[in-house]
Design a protein around this ligand. Sequence first.
Ligand code: AMP
Ligand code: ZN
Length: 275
Amino acid sequence: MNLTKLESQIKKTLKEIKLKKSDKILVALSGGKDSTTVAYTLHKFGYKIQGFHIDLKIGKYSEDCLKSIKQLCEDLKIKLYVYDMKKEMGAGMCYLRSGIQSCGKGTLKNCAICGVLKKSIMNKQARRLKVKYIATGHNLDDEAQTFLMNIMKGSPNLSANSGSITKNVSDKKFVPRIKPLFDVLENDIREYTKKLKLPVVYTQCPCALDSYRIQVRKFLNTLEEKDKQNILKYFNKVFPRLQTLKDSKLKYCESCGEPSRGKTCKKCKLLGLVK
Ligand code: AMP
Ligand code: ZN
């Protein structure tokens, strides 16, 4: 694999979203290959980045992730902020998740619950740190999966939240998210981190067992690279129309004051169950 191919794909996306070298960016680091690649390349290209990690306290897996992230930030000489779930929320992700699931929301999958809580923490911390963007490691495979999943759920308009930048939301309490790997295939990212021997945890989160995304990923992996890219091409075509269907105005959650689409935000709805 040509390392420069991946770097040019990222540069193209950064150009499209008009990212400036002076923009302060918080990279959401999970310890996996994708977010590690985001931090490594943005740093290499001369962007101002800081790292942010939510320590989910999922046993050895979380310990390994934190160790890799600390190594990466030390190598790149960037500041790292760590949010400790147990200290800040009183419990690790596994405990909160099983509490939520046993209190009547048993149909909610592990990854869906974790995703809602992580997004909420990320936005709050990024706002406190006064950064312009949060950069995540979502790649082309993730985006194609999300697009298909939304179609299969019968809600294609949910994809209006996707894209390489969350440009449809403008609110002073909401920190926009960017996806520098929007155009990059997962396999290319794996090869890139292995060739450069970046500190990465390659094992999957032990809680990611039952997700609908895993089923969709399996299906998409039977397709050629070209077919995946065609799905994304189609997504890019319909994206402007999807956005017009959406009410882009955010409200504030009546319980915690954070940005929300409804009266109560998703995080408060979930945590309300375990009180
Ligand atoms: P996931 O929702 O696990 O597929 O992760 C999507 C993106 O969210 C990753 O590429 C990271 O940028 C970010 N992310 C995931 N887990 C964490 C975490 N524990 N701490 C900070 N950022 C995370
Ligand atoms: Zn709330």
